[in-house]
Write a protein that binds this ligand. Structure first.
Ligand SMILES: NC(=O)c1ccc[n+]([C@@H]2O[C@H](COP(=O)([O-])OP(=O)(O)OC[C@H]3O[C@@H](n4cnc5c(N)ncnc54)[C@H](O)[C@@H]3O)[C@@H](O)[C@H]2O)c1
Ligand SMILES: [Zn+2]
Length: 350
């Protein structure tokens, strides 16, 4: 098993190639009570109840699948259930699921009794390479995605690669969008690997290496700038436009699919404002399209602009983006004009 250390409000490790049954057992031994949060799909397909049953101090809370679980009404039910289970400061929460579940479970643990310990067991590629690492937890609200949240790092992240076997190609590809993002901002070897593993099936064969490399970069960046004062923003490459697409589509598109369109937008913007070479822009489209990820949009620009302005990364009325000078060299773009955005939008509009 490989480990990667993260230095945040406390140090913790991301363990790659763990077995979730063993992790549940260990966590239940080191806490008085354990409160497990998991989506229906994982409960049904991974016999979670069977593994939890012998652990007498564990209780299970089943959440709906998908983005809709990141809602205040679900969180309220979790709080109520934690109260009924008598969860105290010395107890722990375990979130087993995709990024929506680790965001929600992490936020429940951040808010219960002003913060209890938690562990993340990510079950999608997106959650393994991104959502479960870095300590950002939260839910969505009427005003926007992830606007309510907290920095609250887990005590450990346990990646069990066996979960990927049941992950659909669509969800695997959505996770690859974040991996490709990491390749462009920091680790060009990822881009080399994906130029020789050009199908989803062949990328699945190198999943462990892709996860290790992506988590390594995220852990390094987060360890230097946990609260996102500046450096950590590079992880938002592709996300300003991506979040707007995701919100406009009422979360019907996967986060990674929206980020895929956002990455091409950011690359084209970098071509216009930073002179990013056209072959690098083409490489964005090539790598994303080979995994059937979308690289253009038919959504109209004015509402997307509105959503970008309300994004939590916006400062005042100014639109800010992370751009690229070249592969591995991100650049902060402040005050991007509406004219530049319109011109770049034309290049990705269907
Ligand atoms: N906190 C962060 O830093 C951070 C970073 C990136 C993304 N996120 C969040 O993560 C979420 C996206 O993550 P996601 O794509 O994992 O979403 P998700 O949790 O909604 O999972 C996608 C779908 O896959 C199913 N699923 C989960 N594990 C499975 C498995 N092993 N086999 C088959 N199906 C499985 C889920 O039930 C769900 O229907 C978004 O809410 C995003 O905002 C957070
Ligand atoms: Zn993301």
């Amino acid at each position: 098993m490989k480990h990667i250390e993260v230095r945040a409000e406390h140090e913790y490790k991301v363990h790659i190639d763990a077995h979730f049954e063993g992790v549940l057992h260990e966590v239940s031994q080191s806490h008085n009570k354990v409160f497990v949060v998991a989506p229906q799909y994982i409960v049904d397909n991974y016999q979670l109840e069977k593994f939890l049953h012998p652990l007498e101090n564990a209780s299970l809370f089943v959440v709906p699948d998908g983005e809709h679980q990141k809602d205040i009404s679900i969180l309220e039910k979790i709080w109520q259930s934690m109260g009924e289970a008598g969860i105290t400061r010395s107890d722990a929460l375990v979130a087993i699921g995709g990024g929506a579940t680790t965001d929600l479970g992490g936020f429940a643990s951040a808010t219960w009794l002003r913060g209890i310990s938690w562990y993340a067991i990510p079950t999608t590629l997106a959650a393994m390479v991104d959502a479960s690492v870095g300590g950002k937890t939260g839910i969505n609200s009427q005003s926007g995605k992830n606007l309510i949240g907290s920095f609250h790092s887990p005590l450990g992240v346990y990646v069990d690669l066996r979960f990927l076997k049941t992950l659909s190609d669509r969800d695997f590809a959505a996770g690859l969008a974040e991996v490709i993002k990491v390749g462009f901002i920091r680790d060009s070897l990822i881009l080399d690997l994906l130029q020789t593993h050009t199908s989803i099936a062949s990328a699945r064969e190198i999943a462990e290496e892709l996860i290790f490399r992506s988590v390594f970069v995220k852990a390094d960046v987060v360890s230097q700038d946990f609260q996102e004062s500046k450096l950590r923003e590079i992880l938002n490459y592709g996300h300003t436009f991506g979040h707007a697409v995701e919100k406009y589509g009422h979360y019907e598109v996967r986060h990674g699919e929206a980020v895929s369109i956002g990455l091409v937008f950011a690359a084209e913007l970098s071509g216009r404002l930073l002179g990013l070479k056209s072959d690098v822009i083409t490489l964005h489209r090539q790598l994303l399209e080979q995994f059937n990820l979308p690289t253009s949009t038919n959504l109209s620009l004015p509402p997307l602009m509105e959503l970008m302005r309300s994004d939590k990364k916006a400062r005042g009325n100014n639109l800010r983006f992370i751009g690229l000078n070249s592969i591995g060299s991100p650049h902060w773009l402040e005050n991007v004009s509406a004219g530049d955005i319109e011109a770049v939008y034309e290049r990705i509009a269907q």
